[in-house]
Design a protein around this ligand. Structure first.
Ligand code: ATP
Ligand code: MG
Length: 262
C-alpha cells in the first residue's frame, strides 16, 4: 500500500529529502483504515505475551520506520490507549519533526543522567500520545540503548502506558535495534515493497532471531511506480554518506555519553 502518494507528490516538489506525514482528519479514508488494520494486528499480536513495548525497525534506511511508528502511536491513542513514543534513532532523530519540537533534550541525555523525564517527555496535541525525543546525538548509541538504565526505563514506562512504541535505526546497518530488541516485548519489521530485497529481509530476520526477539509481524510499505524516480534519487543521496550523522558532529560528546548509574 502506498499510503501517502497523494501528499508526497506535492511535498516532493518542495522538499526532496524527507516527509513527515501525520494522520489527521484530512487523511484519506483508505490510509486511516490501513493504520487501523495495523493497530488491530499489533494489539492482537502483542496480547499473548502480555507485554506493552513494541520496537519498530526495518532492514535498511528510509523504509518507513518512523512514519509507521508515529502513526501507529496516533491510531492507538485515538482508540483510547495511553501511548509513549520513544525516538531511539539517536543517529537520525525524526519523531520530533512530526510535532515540531526540539529533540536535544531527550533519551540520550536521560540515559547519561543529564536530564529528567520531565525535560524529555512531550505531551503531543493528540490526546493520550506522549513523545520522548532522541536527545543530543551521542557517539555510542548502541551502548546507551543496551544499558540497564534503558531497560529499566522501558519497564517503568510500561507501568504507566498501555503501549510503548520505539522507533529505531535499520537493523542491517547498525546494531542499535538488535541490542534494544532484548529489552522489549515485541518487534514489528517494516518492509518496503520493491526496495527491501529478499536478502536484506533474510539478513534482518536472522539478526533478530539470533537476539531472541519476539517478532510479531511485518508492515509492508509500497511505492507506486510513478514515484520511482523520486525514490531512486532519495536512496542515492543516502548511500553517498551512509547512515546517520557524521562523526565530527558527535566527537566532543564522547565523555558525556556513558550510561548513568541506576
Ligand atoms: N506508507 C508509506 N507510503 C509512502 N511513503 C511512505 C510511507 N511511509 C513512509 N513513507 C515515506 O518514506 C520516506 C522515509 O520514511 P521514514 O522517515 O518514516 O523512514 P525510516 O525508515 O524511518 O527512515 P530512516 O532509516 O532514515 O530512519 C519519507 O519520505 C516518508 O514520507
Ligand atoms: Mg526513521
Amino acid at each position: 500500500m502506498d499510503l501517502f502518494s497523494k501528499f508526497k507528490k506535492k511535498k516532493a516538489v518542495e522538499d526532496t529529502d524527507e516527509g513527515e506525514y501525520l494522520l489527521d482528519e484530512n487523511t484519506p479514508f483508505n490510509v486511516r483504515e490501513a493504520f487501523n488494520t495495523l493497530r488491530t494486528n499489533v494489539v492482537f499480536g502483542m496480547a499473548p505475551s502480555g507485554g506493552k513495548s513494541l520496537l519498530i525497525t526495518s532492514a535498511n534506511q528510509s523504509e518507513g520506520k518512523s512514519t509507521t511508528s508515529v502513526n501507529l502511536g496516533v491510531v492507538l491513542a485515538q482508540n483510547g490507549a495511553k501511548v509513549l513514543l520513544i525516538d531511539a534513532d539517536m543517529r537520525k532523530p525524526k519523531l520530533h519533526k512530526f510535532f515540531n519540537v526540539d529533540y536535544t533534550k531527550g533519551l540520550s541525555r536521560f540515559l547519561i543522567g543529564q536530564g529528567t523525564l520531565n525535560d524529555s517527555l512531550y505531551r503531543t496535541p493528540i490526546k493520550g500520545l506522549d513523545l520522548m525525543t532522541a536527545g543530543i546525538i551521542p557517539p555510542n548509541p548502541s551502548e546507551l540503548l543496551g544499558s540497564n538504565r534503558m531497560k529499566v526505563f522501558i519497564e517503568k514506562a510500561q507501568e504507566y502506558y498501555d503501549y510503548v512504541i520505539i522507533d529505531t535505526p535499520p537493523i542491517n546497518v547498525v546494531t542499535d535495534a538488535t541490542v534494544l530488541s532484548e529489552s522489549v516485548s515485541a518487534v514489528l519489521v517494516v518492509v518496503h515493497y520493491g526496495s527491501t530485497t529478499r536478502d536484506d529481509f533474510q539478513k534482518a530476520k536472522n539478526q533478530l532471531k539470533i537476539s531472541g526477539a519476539n517478532v510479531i509481524g511485518f508492515a509492508i510499505i509500497g511505492v507506486r511506480s510513478e514515484h520511482k524516480g523520486y525514490y531512486k534519487k532519495y536512496y542515492k543521496s543516502y548511500s553517498s554518506y551512509g547512515y546517520g550523522h557524521r562523526p565530527e558532529e558527535t566527537a566532543d560528546q564522547t565523555e558525556k555519553a556513558k550510561p548513568a548509574d541506576d
